[in-house]
Design a protein. Structure first.
Length: 191
């Protein structure tokens, strides 16, 4: 497969994603973005329509990756524990590959305008699928009978904040991280 060069639009999105993480979506202007790219602000509009379009591209793309990954996991024949391991692996993979985009997904989703209902639908479907895996695990006797909402909240809170922690670790081994997270999140820390 050819290694295609980054398009100007992809470059704009990549740089904007980094700026959004550093300054926050609301604080970044098109002028800031143009300056970071070394071009005139007017030139940006040859490739994108608005800052809102950039945010939509960042967040919706990532949310769709999480949703499709969850669907594959949910529909697999694996038992509950393996499905949960796969969810953790999905989060480690997508978070480590999309550090800046994860910041937008977590911090800027409420700034989506026309796409906000679609994003909320994706997030709700993801959480419903997650909860259904936990409920089945409880019913099958694989998991303790604890409220699925509480389980999901505690696991997802950790997984959704990986983007903050991963960049601080220079020599991180993603396989080890996935295994350690699975151990802690699924088995606890009791000796």
């Amino acid at each position: 497969m050819e290694n295609k060069l980054e398009s100007r639009k992809e470059e704009i999105i990549r740089i904007a994603t980094k700026l959004f993480k550093e300054k926050g979506y609301s604080a970044v202007t098109m002028r800031d973005l143009a300056k970071s790219m070394g071009i005139k602000a007017a030139s940006l509009y040859n490739h994108i329509n608005s800052k809102q379009d950039i945010l939509k591209d960042i967040i919706i793309s990532l949310a769709e990756q999480f949703t499709s990954g969850m669907l594959v996991i949910k529909e697999s024949d694996n038992d509950c524990i393996e499905k949960l391991n796969q969810i953790i692996k999905l989060h480690v993979k997508l978070s480590s590959q999309n550090i800046y985009a994860m910041a937008s997904l977590n911090n800027d989703w409420m700034h989506l305008e026309a796409e906000l209902p679609y994003y909320i639908k994706l997030r709700s479907e993801y959480e419903e699928d997650f909860k259904s895996i936990l409920e089945k695990g409880i019913n099958d006797g694989e998991l303790m009978n604890i409220k699925p909402d509480v389980m999901m909240f505690s696991i997802l809170t950790t997984l959704r904040s990986l983007y903050l922690w991963i960049p601080k670790k220079e020599d991180i081994n993603l396989t080890e991280l996935t295994e350690d997270l699975s151990q802690i999140l699924l088995n606890g820390i009791n000796k």
